[in-house]
Write a protein that binds this ligand. Structure first.
Ligand SMILES: *Cc1c(COP(=O)(O)O)cnc(C)c1O
Length: 401
């Protein structure tokens, strides 16, 4: 029978997302008409700005609906190059830029291009859920670098240096971070860049939240703080988060020409060019007026201030103040081992489950990001919803024994 034909080892070894159970349950409860406060969203709640939509409509009307060059249209590459120059003071040539179907495909292509089976990629914990899977799909081995909330999830340089081997091909950085919102300081970026040059590995810097930071500073990455390390740095970015364009699927990577050429080859044999209409919209986003970005960042900042204060006022909750993105990652370890009726909360999955069932709040358990002591709440939602969520959370935590 057909279903006896085996699936690939690759997909069999791919771990299902631990967030799926909570997510499926939240959807089922919602379908039953139960009022769920959703603090699990991984995308801005704002609409895509009007001038960006107009650029897409214009592209359709003008018939810009055919294949484009695999690596992206010149207009969009130029807009990306000028963003990199404007914000990072980094200069790239068009052949050093690849436009992909979302930031995620950009990361995927790069890992496919630089990682052979058995190669190691260092991943700081907590990590974005897809990094380990993307590395494993290339046959690579994720090597985890733990961090602590008490140090604001900073990179421990001694520990990092101790993880580097002859098989280390790359290290992933994500600042501001999903899930923690932490922003690495300049000295850390410099130290990591220096180590990459010394030991000979790439830094894949996931800068997708670069413009959602609350200190008003220009974004930084290891290449911008140490231009001598530029050939060791591959930038992954996109328009999804900054311009509320998650559904449009436009991301990009920039780096050494041979790496970008190799990644473009991977893309040419898998998906070809990113959507032509969305490329026009992304060009409008990057080169058009930027006040839409500052008003979204201002709203995120107000919500951050509110949610962090509420969380830290709750007994047993410790929440570092995030410098960017739109997530908080409070330490909930003091609730592990507590009881809800006849159930014991043994980890973040059980805490998230309890909050969903008893408080009707959807959130993401920290185990999805590699650390079972935490819970991720997204504040990419209306402040009234955040307020109701925090009221429910406080009440539900207070009931634990
Ligand atoms: C959202 C996100 C991305 C990429 O998102 P796309 O929707 O594929 O553009 C990449 N990295 C992190 C950490 C993210 O949160």
């Amino acid at each position: 029978m057909a279903w006896d034909i085996p699936l690939s080892d690759r997909v069999k070894n791919l771990k299902p997302s631990p967030t799926l159970a909570v997510d499926a349950k939240a959807k089922a409860l919602k379908a039953q008409g139960i009022d769920i406060i959703n603090l699990s969203a991984g995308e801005p709640d704002f609409d895509t700005p009007e001038h960006i939509k107009e650029a897409a409509i214009k592209a359709i009307k003008e018939g810009f609906t055919k294949y484009t060059p695999v690596g992206g249209i010149a207009e969009l590459k130029d807009a990306i190059i000028s963003k990199m120059s404007r914000h990072y003071d980094l200069e790239y040539a068009p052949e050093q830029v690849l436009v992909s179907t979302g930031g995620k495909q950009g990361l995927y292509n790069i890992i496919q291009a630089i990682v052979s089976p058995g190669d190691e990629v260092i991943v700081p914990v907590p990590y974005w859920v897809s990094y380990p899977a993307i590395i494993e799909l290339a046959g690579g081995v994720p090597v985890f670098l733990p961090s602590e909330a008490a140090d604001n999830f900073a990179i421990d340089m001694d520990r990092l240096a101790g993880l580097v081997t002859s098989k280390t091909r790359a290290m992933i950085l994500n600042s501001p971070s999903n899930p923690t919102g932490a922003v690495y300081d300049t000295d850390t970026l410099k130290a990591v860049a220096a180590l990459a040059v010394e030991k000979g590995f790439y830094i894949l810097t996931d800068d997708i939240y670069d413009e959602i930071r609350f200190d008003g500073k220009n974004p930084e990455n290891p290449a911008s703080v140490m231009p001598d390390a530029k050939d060791h740095v591959i930038v992954a970015n996109g328009v999804s988060k900054t311009y509320a364009m998650t559904g449009w699927r436009i991301g990009y990577t920039a780096g050494p020409a041979p790496v970008i050429k190799a990644a473009t080859k991977i893309q040419s044999q898998s998906t070809s060019n990113a959507n032509s209409i969305a490329q026009k919209a992304a060009a409008a986003a990057l080169s058009g007026p930027q006040d839409c970005v500052s008003s979204m960042v201002k709203a995120f900042r107000e919500r951050r201030d509110y949610i962090v204060e509420r969380l830290n006022s709750m007994e047993g909750v410790k929440c570092p103040v995030p410098g960017g993105a739109f997530y908080v990652f409070p330490d909930m370890s003091s609730f592990i081992g507590k009881n809800a009726g006849d159930k014991t909360l043994t980890g973040s999955l059980e805490i998230a489950d309890y909050l969903l069932e008893e408080a009707k709040i959807a959130c993401v358990p920290g185990i999805a990001f590699g650390d079972d002591r935490f819970i991720r709440f997204s504040y990419a939602t209306d402040i009234k919803i955040i307020e109701e969520g925090m009221n429910r959370l406080q009440e539900a935590l207070g009931r634990l024994k």
